[in-house]
Design a protein around this ligand. Structure first.
Ligand code: PLP
Length: 438
C-alpha cells in the first residue's frame, strides 16, 4: 500500500514539474518572440553592431579570423601604440610571473599587492594629484564615484553628451541632477545659478568626447565653477597620455591642472590595451585591456576606498594589467616624445580628408569622426572600406544621436604616413561609390 502511495506521489511530482516547465516554457517562448522581433527591428533600422573576430594581436595591422590579412586598423584606442610596446609587454609578463595571474580577492580582504600601491602612487604623480585609487575599469570608476560623493543635499551638472558610464554613475546617486547642453557655457551658467540652493555643486564632463573628437572648454568651465563655487570632474579616457605638452590630458592642454578637482580615466586605451607589436613576440600573453582609476584629493580617495561599491565588491586588478600600465606611465614620464608623435599624423589625416570633401568632426584630436548622417550609409561604407583593407566602424543610434551616423577613425602613433594615405584613398573611392562624395 505504501508503494502505491509512493507511486502516486511520484506521478504527482512529475506532473507538477511538467506543468511548471510548461508554464516557464510559455514565458520563455513569449520572451523569445519579443526578443527576436526587437532584434529584427535593429537589423531593419540598419543599426546592427556585429563583432568582427580578430585572429592576430591587436595592433596597426591585423589578421581577421575569416581570412582577411594585412588589414590596417583605424578603430582601436591604442593612441600611442603603447599596447604594442615591447617594454610594456615585458613588464606584463614579469608582473605575471612574480605576482601571479590574479588575486582571487577584493582589495580590502587580501587583494592589495605592492604593485597596486606603486601604480596608484604613480598615477597620482603623473596627474600631479594627491592620491589615486584603481578600479577594474573606468566604467566602474564612473559608476562608483557619484554615489559615494554626492547626497540629496548636493547637485551634479552633466554635459548631455557625456559617456554612458558617467550617465549611469549619476543615475545611481541621489544628488539633484542638471543636464546642460553639449559644451554650452550659457546653459551651464543658467544651471549653476539654479543649483546655488544645494550644498555642493559638481560639474561633470568628458575631457574629450569619444564620439565627436571635440574637447571640453575646460577653461570656461573652470571659470564658471569658480564663479558659482562648484567642483569640476573630468573623464580623461580619450586624453590621458597624449593631450597636452606632456600628455597629462585636457587639463594640461588648457592650462587648468590646478582647477580640476577630480579625474577619472582608463588604463585600457593610451596607457596599454591589448596588443603585441608585429615582430615583437610575446610568448605568454598579450596584455589584457582593463583598469581604470580616480585621482584627486586624498580624503576623496580615502572615502572611495570605504564607500565606492564597484571598488569594494569587485576583484583586484590582475598583476599583468598593473605591470603594463605601470610601465606605460614610466615611458610617458621619461619623455614626451611618444605623446607628441601622434599629433602630426592626426593633422595629416584630418587635412587630407577635408581636402577630399569629407566633414571631420572635432579638432586636433586623434578621434576623427567622418560625418555621414545616414546609419545605413555609415554601415555600408565601413563594410566596403574593409574590402579595401581598412578596418573602420560605423556608429549610429543609439550610440550617437539619430541622423548623426558616422564612421569613427582613430589615429595612432604607430600608423605610418603610408597607412594614413591608404585610408584617405579608400575613403575617397568608397565615398564616391556610395554617393557621400560628388
Ligand atoms: N569613459 C569614456 C569617455 C570612455 O570612452 C570609456 C570607454 O569606452 C569609458 C569611460 C569606460 O572605460 P573602460 O573601458 O576603462 O571601462
Amino acid at each position: 500500500m505504501w508503494r502505491a502511495a509512493a507511486v502516486r506521489t511520484l506521478r504527482g511530482a512529475r506532473s507538477g514539474a511538467g506543468a511548471l516547465r510548461a508554464a516557464s516554457g510559455a514565458a520563455a517562448a513569449q520572451l523569445r518572440r519579443r526578443l527576436e522581433s526587437e532584434l529584427e527591428d535593429i537589423r531593419g533600422a540598419g543599426t546592427w553592431k556585429s563583432e568582427r573576430v580578430i585572429a592576430s594581436r591587436q595592433g596597426p595591422h591585423l589578421r581577421l579570423a575569416d581570412g582577411g590579412a594585412g588589414i590596417i586598423n583605424f578603430c582601436a584606442n591604442n593612441y600611442l601604440g603603447l599596447s604594442s610596446h615591447p617594454e610594456v609587454i615585458r613588464a606584463a609578463v614579469e608582473a605575471l610571473e612574480k605576482f601571479g595571474a590574479g588575486l582571487s580577492s577584493v582589495r580590502f580582504i587580501c587583494g592589495t599587492q605592492s604593485i597596486h600601491k606603486d601604480l596608484e602612487e604613480k598615477i597620482a604623480r603623473f596627474h600631479q594629484r594627491e592620491d589615486a585609487i584603481l578600479y577594474a575599469s573606468c566604467f566602474d570608476a564612473n559608476a562608483g564615484i557619484f554615489e559615494a560623493l554626492l547626497t540629496p543635499e548636493d547637485a551634479v551638472l552633466s554635459d548631455e553628451l557625456n559617456h554612458a558610464s558617467i550617465i549611469d554613475g549619476i543615475r545611481l546617486c541621489k544628488a539633484n541632477k542638471y543636464r546642460y547642453r553639449h559644451m554650452d557655457m550659457q546653459d551651464l551658467e543658467a544651471k549653476l545659478k539654479e543649483a546655488q540652493k544645494h550644498r555642493l555643486r559638481l560639474v561633470a564632463t568628458d575631457g574629450a568626447f569619444s564620439m565627436d573628437g571635440d574637447i571640453a572648454p575646460l577653461r570656461e568651465i573652470c571659470q564658471l565653477a569658480q564663479k558659482y563655487d562648484a567642483l569640476v570632474f573630468i573623464d580623461e579616457c580619450h586624453a590621458t597620455g597624449f593631450l597636452g605638452p606632456n600628455g597629462r590630458g585636457t587639463d594640461e592642454l588648457l592650462g587648468v591642472m590646478d582647477k580640476v578637482t577630480i579625474i577619472n580615466s582608463t588604463l585600457g586605451k593610451a596607457l596599454g590595451g591589448a596588443a603585441g607589436h608585429p615582430g615583437v613576440p610575446c610568448p605568454i600573453l598579450s596584455p589584457p585591456s582593463a583598469g581604470g582609476y580616480t585621482t584627486g584629493p586624498k580624503p576623496l580617495i580615502d572615502l572611495l576606498r570605504q564607500r565606492s561599491r564597484p571598488y569594494l565588491f569587485s576583484n583586484s586588478l590582475p598583476p599583468a594589467v598593473v605591470g603594463c600600465a605601470s610601465k606605460a606611465l614610466d615611458l610617458l614620464m621619461e619623455s614626451n616624445a611618444i605623446a607628441q608623435s601622434m599629433a602630426a599624423k592626426t593633422q595629416r589625416f584630418r587635412s587630407k580628408m577635408t581636402a577630399a570633401g569629407f566633414t571631420i568632426s572635432g579638432k586636433d584630436h586623434p578621434i576623427c569622426p567622418v560625418m555621414l548622417g545616414d546609419a545605413r550609409l555609415a554601415s555600408v561604407m565601413a563594410e566596403d572600406m574593409l574590402n579595401r583593407g581598412i578596418y573602420v566602424i560605423g556608429f549610429s543610434y543609439p550610440v550617437v544621436p539619430k541622423g548623426k551616423a558616422r564612421i569613427r577613425v582613430q589615429i595612432s602613433a604607430v600608423h605610418s604616413d603610408e597607412d594614413i594615405d591608404r585610408c584617405v584613398e579608400a575613403f575617397t573611392q568608397v565615398g564616391r561609390k556610395h554617393g557621400a562624395l560628388p
